[in-house]
Design a protein around this ligand. Sequence first.
Ligand code: G1P
Length: 286
Amino acid sequence: MKIRKALIPAAGFGTRFLPATKSQPKEMLSVVDKPLIQYGVEEAVQSGIENIGIVISRGKSSIEDYFDRSPELEQFLEEKGKTDLLEQVRGIAGLAEFCYIRQKKALGLGHAILMGESYIGQEPFAVLLPDDIFDCPTPCTKQLIDAYSELGASIIVLGRVDEEGTKKYGIVKPKQISERVFQIEDMIEKPGPERAFSDLGILGRYVFHPDIFEAIKKTGPDKGGEIQITDAIKILLETKPVYGYLFEGKRYDAGDKLGFLEASIDLALKRPEFGQKLREYLKSHS
Ligand code: G1P
């Protein structure tokens, strides 16, 4: 079955980015010249996704405006003959069919995904966490979708993490079945180095069979009162296989201030317009 739909959870407070996120969504912070969330949207589209449901909350309406047409701005650019900019601005609204789903209370990532149940229906779907920017030869979500098509079961993207990473990410207990594919035997959310099963961390891309929704409904809140997707996947594991995929490429944790800066610098260095000048500037500081 072709995977046509994706959910992008974008309802969090963005506390790791305060004070910048006090009155604007973290997902709208600009990495080089595009908002963070656009990287996820473009990756989804390049992976064959046509319908994107964005889970938002109060104060996030600038995300809706961004992926909509902007008649006054378009008219202005047209009158000024700024055709390149006009094309770019129009292209954003045409990237996919967008739908917005409200999460009324900050009850965690699992709960945010559950809010998308009626939008998704009974088909497999991708989840992209906008904090993570992937720069891969094949879009990361496409790598997962291809693996899902072969395995026919929910699959999550994995990456090697260091000790610090065991405090920031979900960690899996893996059974390797091929170079990049692991069957998951267990998982734990942000265990820290003592309790971590391995150095394989869950990064922000998932492809789920729709039976994940029933698993989320059975998932109780964690110590902080949030329903974690990691706990829901653990419940799913009791009855269905779940796989992990060691992706090929580079990933930035742009939800973290340092990761955001690293992504900004690396992606800017790749830009033909100013990459070379930036490289020289950075050299003059080293
Ligand atoms: C979420 C997931 C976690 C995963 C991480 C990837 O955590 O709960 O399992 O490792 O995304 O970025 P969050 O970053 O929302 O705390």
